[in-house]
Design a protein around this ligand. Structure first.
Ligand code: NAD
Ligand code: FES
Length: 282
């Protein structure tokens, strides 16, 4: 259980892992996530499930090695085991046939979009995909989403590939061209999800976003993941992670996401000098 069966660096510092866990592979639905730990005393890291292979009993996760714990995770290889993997957690995405739906992914936030796009397609939606990244080499899952979407647009901040600009610039362009989009799903950095929601609100287009607040237990016990939606407090781990983007208090979310920045930096600095805990995964 929890063994890394396959590992691939799909973009710089962005990894895809297939992890052996038949029960989660069988049970998981689009939009759900797991919480993993690499070793005793390690941080609990929430990662959205990108896919699974029920026959092989594996769960696919994609993450970017940005913080201390994801950098530790990236040091593991095929044959290593995670200490534990809890899940599937969170509510599955509400899926229905909207007609024409647009799925939007920002950076490595594009990974959770893939299973949702799959489920929306299966429900009969005609899908437009818009994915964005800072630069060409950070664009992920273009081929996979291209196979599901009838139209896939790529944007890069530096213009090295596709449209130059943000994913919201592309969405605005499509709307201006007369695309009648009935539903939008956006996953990526919080400023992106806020910008998408602000844009679609002006057109009254229903929009779901997948929030990524700080999480600890993932089961509604600690309150770490609380977010404000429609003026009410919700726990992203059990009430979400997907919420109506027009109702989310993004300012509060961003403030709370920055709470442990100093500690995170300290942990990264410390880890540069110490690799003891990770050896237990080997
Ligand atoms: P990034 O900062 O490089 O941005 C990726 C793209 O998002 C940009 O190229 C742009 O098109 C768009 N974007 C960014 N800021 C925008 C803005 N202000 N307005 C409009 N569009 C904007 O992204 P990254 O560094 O790859 O980070 C990915 C993010 O996705 C992380 O913040 C991560 O926490 C989040 N994420 C969320 C989930 C989830 O389930 N909610 C899962 C994985 C990742
Ligand atoms: Fe603890 Fe959601 S992560 S309540």
């Amino acid at each position: 259980m929890n063994e890394i069966i396959a590992k691939e660096e799909i973009a710089p510092s962005t990894y895809g892992y297939d992890i052996y866990h038949p029960r989660i592979a069988k049970k998981r639905k689009a939009g759900q996530f797991v919480i993993i730990r690499t070793h005793d005393g390690g941080e609990r890291v929430p990662l959205t499930i990108v896919g699974s292979d029920v026959q092989a009993g594996t769960v696919t996760l994609i993450f970017q090695a940005v913080g201390h714990s994801t950098k530790e995770l990236a040091q593991l290889g095929v044959g290593d085991r995670l200490l534990d993997m809890a899940g599937p957690l969170g509510k599955a995405t509400h899926i229905e046939n909207y007609g024409k739906a647009c799925v939007m992914g920002g950076g490595y936030g594009t990974a959770p979009v893939l299973p949702i796009a799959d489920a929306l397609k299966e429900a009969g939606n005609d899908l437009i995909g818009i994915i964005g990244a800072r630069t060409k080499e950070l664009v992920i899952l273009e081929k996979e989403l291209g196979a599901i979407c009838s139209r896939l647009e790529v944007a890069t901040d530096d213009g090295s590939y596709g449209h130059q600009g943000f994913v919201t610039d592309v969405l605005q362009k499509l709307i201006d061209e007369g695309e009648k989009i009935a539903f939008v799903l956006a996953v990526g950095p919080t400023p992106m999800m806020r910008a998408v929601s602000n844009l679609t609100k002006t057109y009254g287009t229903p929009t779901m976003v997948s929030l990524n607040p700080i999480m600890v237990d993932g089961t509604g016990m600690c309150g770490g993941c609380r977010v404000e939606v429609g003026g009410e407090t919700k726990f992203a781990c059990v009430d979400g992670p997907e919420f109506d983007g027009h109702e989310v208090n993004f300012d509060l979310l961003m403030k709370r996401q920055g709470t442990y920045k100093a500690e995170e930096q300290q942990a990264s600095d410390h880890a540069a000098h110490c690799r003891v805990g990770l050896e237990a995964a080997r």
